[in-house]
Design a binder for this molecule. Structure first.
Ligand code: SF4
Ligand code: SF4
Length: 202
């Protein structure tokens, strides 16, 4: 019995290890192929987990209150201090917190700048960020949280995006809210400010 015949290399897609090895040419020193491979694997799991959670949330609570509009203009603001918000329970278990920090330190090469105990945030500095050209030096293998940003903000109670960000949040029932505001006797600048704060602009 003969084994399955292999397709010629030009017809085969890149393997997982090919993708990990084909990292960006100006990657930071120490960003070895195995780190890139771990980031790719974790990013795939992250994408599936996030997608399932959002579908579940949508099924339970209906569509998100906001839609994100616009596009990334590569301002780089979200790469200056990438921040991880941990669920309360995860944050309160020291071993889990240590594991999360170790992952970001050893796989993403992130440097911990600050731990916000009140809001359960871990604030990092990312060595892959090239501030001169506003580029990511591990773009092909960047972590899942970087690939997802800022989509999770559509689920926030009051989405706050960076001032320079090319995305903006748009409230799904903006039309009805604008009509209600129009009925109030408000000066034009006050109404415009309220529309901005409530994410009603188109
Ligand atoms: S802050 Fe917004 S526009 Fe700027 S790089 Fe991040 S996603 Fe892109
Ligand atoms: S890994 Fe890349 S995308 Fe993520 S924070 Fe660093 S520079 Fe930005």
């Amino acid at each position: 019995m003969t084994g399955a015949r292999q397709l010629p290399a030009r017809l085969r897609g890149p393997t997982f290890l090919d993708m990990a090895a084909r990292t960006d040419h100006d990657r930071v020193p120490g960003d070895r192929w195995w780190r890139a491979a771990l980031r790719l694997a974790a990013a795939a799991c992250y994408a599936v987990d996030v997608r399932l959670n959002r579908l579940l949330q949508q099924w339970r609570e209906g569509p998100a209150a906001y839609a994100l509009r616009g596009h990334c203009n590569h301002c780089g603001a979200c790469c200056v201090t990438p921040t991880v918000a941990l669920p309360v329970l995860m944050y309160r278990i020291p071993t889990v917190r240590r594991l999360v920090k170790a992952w970001h330190r050893h796989v993403n090469l992130f440097e911990l700048l600050e731990e916000n105990r009140r809001e359960h945030l871990l604030v990092f500095r990312c060595p892959h960020h090239d501030p001169e050209h506003q580029r990511c030096r591990c773009y092909r293998t960047r972590p899942g949280m970087c690939r997802d940003y800022p989509q999770s903000l559509a689920l926030a109670a009051n989405p706050e995006l960076f001032e320079s960000c090319g995305f903006y949040a748009h409230y799904r029932n903006a039309e009805a809210m604008r009509e209600a505001l129009a009925e109030l006797d408000l000066p034009a600048d006050k109404r415009a400010e309220l529309e901005r704060r409530l994410h009603l602009r188109d």
